[in-house]
Ligand binder design. Structure first.
Ligand SMILES: O=C(O)C(=O)C[C@]1(C(=O)O)C=C[C@@H](O)C=C1
Length: 432
């Protein structure tokens, strides 16, 4: 059974049944079994016998997530653990910052401005690399089959092999451990706002954003056949989905308990698996089909143009280009001085670069800065990491110059990715 608990509680139900801690060999064997039993995991009919195997693998990865998280919740910069974070903050080199050096206007990342080892030169295959295993692209997503994230994986990579993961962090790890080639993760929704967990994970992991897809999200209210709205005393779904349908549920007279679970399709699966006649799920019409539920109400999102933006992640960045619209995502921390945020944003405004998103998250290493003033007391300033998306490619000199300027005002700067914008036609009616 898929984890059915508030997402914040680390609940690994799918790891039931073994009772013993896996050895490394067992982990590897299970990973290999899961990966190569692709028959049952193939997109879009991902429900099958080998899902239990894959869920065990998820649980193993998840248990590694917990052990990694417990000692510290600080960002992993990839330079040797959380304790090394300040070293990356120190603006040592363009490599540390994932920046294209300003002098390499030919967009090659291989030039050496000092004697440090340089990143390996990107080749044309990095634009759309072939999977190393010589078959379909394997794409990790959080949730179970019929989750919107699975649909986003299918939109981003048609004919991919979609790999369900219990938690967002497991999807990151699936790519890092070469179990998957890409991860597709929700980052923001037009009604519910940002998916903060994924902002934090983008910083903690060293994967690169290589694309984005925007998926219209059309929610349905699902229940077992024969169940009517009057019988319900609970509605369960992903917290984002509950937030996106909040007003409509009230309008429908469903003033019943609303409970958060790990994903929308998992909610539908849970109702079917436990024969719950007093509970409805908010999920896609495809989830109704797949788990044998009826659609009690169709299109219950509070706004018909409800859209979720997903990002695609890979181990390697793609080569930024200028022949089509690109977006670049960065994360930075305030430096010393005043009006830092204003100066950073001005670096883009002066170059006519539009910002499409700004998000702030607590600075995990240094959440509070105290400023003592003998006369008036102690000011307690909250410290943030700022995430900014802007409409330009890192292949453009104006973007490179803007980031060189941003670097002057910030104590930490990383380019999360420079990638093609989703320019597909707008069709907000049905998302699944
Ligand atoms: O639960 C799912 O089906 C998901 O794919 C997750 C998710 C999200 O995290 O925002 C994705 C799209 C919708 O906005 C609702 C939920």
């Amino acid at each position: 059974m898929h984890a059915i608990a508030p997402p914040s509680s680390n609940n690994f139900n799918c790891f039931t049944g073994t009772g013993t801690r896996p050895t490394l060999a067992r982990v590897r064997r299970r990973v290999i079994q899961s990966v190569y039993r692709s028959d049952a995991l193939n997109f879009p009919n991902g429900v099958g016998l080998s899902r239990a195997d894959w869920q065990s693998t998820c649980a193993i990865l998840a248990s590694k997530v917990v052990s990694k998280e417990q000692p510290t919740d600080k960002p992993d910069t990839g330079s040797g653990g959380a304790d090394h974070f300040p070293a990356v903050n120190g603006h040592k080199s363009a490599i540390d910052l994932d920046l294209v050096p300003i002098e390499t206007v030919d967009n090659s990342m291989s030039s050496t401005s000092n004697n440090k080892p340089q990143p390996k030169p990107l080749t044309i295959t990095d634009l759309s690399p072939a999977p190393m295993h010589g078959s379909q692209l394997r794409v990790a997503y959080q949730g179970v089959p019929a989750a919107y994230s699975e649909a986003a994986a299918g939109k981003a990579y048609p004919n991919c092999e979609a790999i369900p993961c219990d938690q967002f962090e497991v999807a990151f790890q699936a790519v890092e451990l070469w179990i998957a080639d890409r991860a597709v993760l929700p980052i923001e929704n037009s009604l519910g706002g940002s998916i903060h967990r994924n902002y934090d994970l983008l910083l903690r992991h060293r994967l690169h954003i290589v694309g984005e897809v925007q998926l219209p999200v059309h929610h349905c209210l699902l229940a077992l056949p024969g169940v009517r709205k009057e019988y319900l005393n609970r509605v369960i779904s992903h917290p984002q989905a509950l937030a996106q349908c909040e007003l409509t549920l009230t309008k429908l007279g469903l003033n019943v308990a609303r409970e958060a679970v790990d994903d929308t399709a998992g909610a539908a699966e849970f109702i079917a698996a436990n024969n719950l006649r007093d509970t409805a799920a908010i999920a896609s019409a495809r989830a109704a089909d797949l788990y044998g539920l009826n659609i009690l109400e169709d299109g219950i999102q509070d706004d018909s143009s409800n859209v979720t933006r997903f990002v695609m992640l890979a181990r390697e960045p793609i080569i930024p280009r200028t022949d089509r619209p690109f977006k670049t995502s960065i994360v930075f921390a305030h430096g010393k001085g005043t009006s830092v945020l204003f100066k950073v944003l001005s670096a883009f405004a002066f170059r006519n670069i539009s910002l499409t998103k700004i998000e702030s998250r607590p600075h995990r290493n240094r959440p509070i800065r105290l400023v003592d003033d003998a006369n008036v007391g102690t000011a307690k300033h909250f410290e943030y990491m700022f995430y900014v998306d802007f409409e330009a490619s890192m292949a453009e000199v104006r973007a490179q110059n803007a980031l060189a300027e941003v670097q002057e005002f910030t104590s930490f700067l990383r380019v999360l990715g420079s990638y093609p914008m989703d320019m597909t036609p707008w069709c907000p009616s049905r998302g699944e």
